[in-house]
Design a protein. Structure first.
Ligand code: SF4
Ligand code: MG
Length: 281
């Protein structure tokens, strides 16, 4: 689909955010629901595809930028966040999203997550968590449950799963939410809220892998919406829900104004041109 770039206002429909590439995910993969929810959120916000950049690492879910009509950056394993932070720093005018899976963000790329969160740049991060390595055919990931038997853990996973939401909350993310790929309407609302938020927005998505670890039935039993009286500005309450594991709350856990709008000392804005000039001869 070619989007006309004109000076007159264009009304973007879902099809305008669809690339010519057809997703090659297994039929039933949760990532289809995430892609649809992202497109719905983009329609709702009428973001011009030419103003959008989607950065990913490596994994089944990291193929997503190829299926979206936008600028895409398919980087190396675990490095979506450093690339997204660099891109947003150099081009603050772009809407920047970083997408990928639990292996990418919570295993090889975990070192980048707290630092991107504490920078609190205006980036929307969507992690499609299937609690398994799908692309490499079904090894345990950092969110697989204790005791989980896979090819890489034939006697059962001995470690306990980490709590991604607790990690980003403790690191300073200003927007933290969780959705479920089987509930794309709610997920689209969360992604829209994340895109509207002007700081680091982290959206954890339960996105089952039908081929190597089908958790649809399990998640349908475990998910519930955060109570209506949950106050998203309450970090303690958000943390309480973030470490819950016998059930899986969905919704906006935490939201506060982005770092740059808070009182306190602020660094000077980065001057890209002055920086580049240093290398000119
Ligand atoms: Fe989706 Fe799993 Fe298939 Fe990968 S292997 S496309 S995660 S269902
Ligand atoms: Mg995975």
């Amino acid at each position: 689909t070619t989007v006309p770039i004109t000076s007159t206002p264009v009304v973007f429909k879902a099809a305008d955010y669809r690339s010519d590439l057809k997703p090659i995910w297994c039929p039933g993969c949760g990532d289809f629901g995430v892609l649809a929810a992202i497109q719905q959120a983009l329609v709702a916000l009428q973001i011009n595809p030419k103003d959008l950049a989607v950065v990913s690492g490596i994994g089944c879910s990291s193929r997503l930028p190829g299926f979206l009509q936008a600028y895409g950056l398919h980087t190396v394993h675990g490095r979506a966040l450093p690339a997204a932070v660099g891109l947003k720093t150099a081009r603050p005018d772009l809407t920047v999203m970083a997408v990928g899976g639990d292996g990418d963000f919570f295993s090889i790329g975990l070192g980048h997550l707290p630092h991107a969160a504490r920078r609190d740049l205006d980036i929307t991060v969507i992690v499609m968590d299937n609690a398994i390595y799908g692309l490499t055919k079904g090894q345990t990931s950092p969110t697989s449950p204790r005791g989980h038997v896979t090819k890489s853990t034939p006697y059962g996973q001995s470690a306990q799963p980490l709590h991604p939401l607790a990690i980003v909350l403790a690191s300073g993310a200003s927007f933290v939410a969780r959705g479920f790929s089987s509930q794309p309407k709610q997920l689209a609302e969360l992604i829209k809220a994340g895109l509207e938020h002007r700081g680091f927005a982290f959206i954890h998505v339960l996105s089952p892998c039908v081929t190597f670890y089908d958790t649809y039935k399990l998640y349908k039993e475990l998910v519930y919406n955060l109570p209506a009286d949950h106050d998203p500005s309450d970090l303690d309450a958000a943390m309480h829900y973030a470490v819950e594991s016998d059930r899986l709350p969905l919704g906006i856990f935490y939201r506060r104004p982005p770092l740059e709008s808070l009182p306190g000392p602020t660094p000077k804005p980065f001057d890209t041109q002055a920086y580049l000039n240093r290398f000119r001869v």
